[in-house]
Design a protein around this ligand. Structure first.
Ligand SMILES: [Zn+2]
Ligand SMILES: [Zn+2]
Length: 155
């Protein structure tokens, strides 16, 4: 078996996390890494102990599911909860971050964003990342885990 690169390894972790998503609107995973060490992970889901979209349906407000905390936010908040420094860290996400997550990533001091799939790629998010000198790089991910997650997305 071919040895995974670090990028593929962390991206695999994000795809694995994505398979835990409870919001059916988008299956997303995020992994925060510092010095080649995973410090946090998150997926699209409800607050701890809250109702899941998969059980109760999405709670839609202005075209967005209000029940869900995005994977990137969940990963950053996990760092806040457990006292992990995010300054200078990197984040691996299955999809290009939305504007809200983009701002949270910048404000948390994360310096690099690696994403596997384009997702709306809002020009304002792009503009903010550039202004904050955050490196954004597409890391396509294609191995057996990707196939499994893709199958789940089709359902
Ligand atoms: Zn939802
Ligand atoms: Zn987001």
């Amino acid at each position: 078996m071919e040895r995974l690169s670090w990028d593929q390894y962390f991206m695999a972790q994000s795809h694995l996390l994505a398979s835990r998503s409870t919001c059916t609107r988008l299956i997303v995973g995020a992994t925060i890494v510092r010095d080649k060490r995973i410090i946090a992970g998150g997926y699209n889901g409800s607050i701890a102990g809250g109702a899941h979209c998969t059980d109760e349906g999405c709670y839609m407000i202005d075209g967005h599911c209000a029940r869900t905390i995005h994977a990137e936010m969940n990963a950053i908040l996990q760092c806040a909860k457990f006292g992990e420094r995010t300054e200078g860290a990197e984040i691996y996400v299955t999809h290009y971050p939305c504007v809200q997550c983009c701002k949270a990533i910048i404000q948390a001091g994360i310096k690099s964003v690696y994403f596997a799939k384009d997702y709306k790629n809002h020009p304002y998010a792009k503009e903010l990342f550039e202004a904050a000198h955050v490196t954004v790089k597409k890391v396509p991910f294609d191995n057996f885990i990707e196939l499994k997650v893709a199958k789940k997305e089709e359902i």
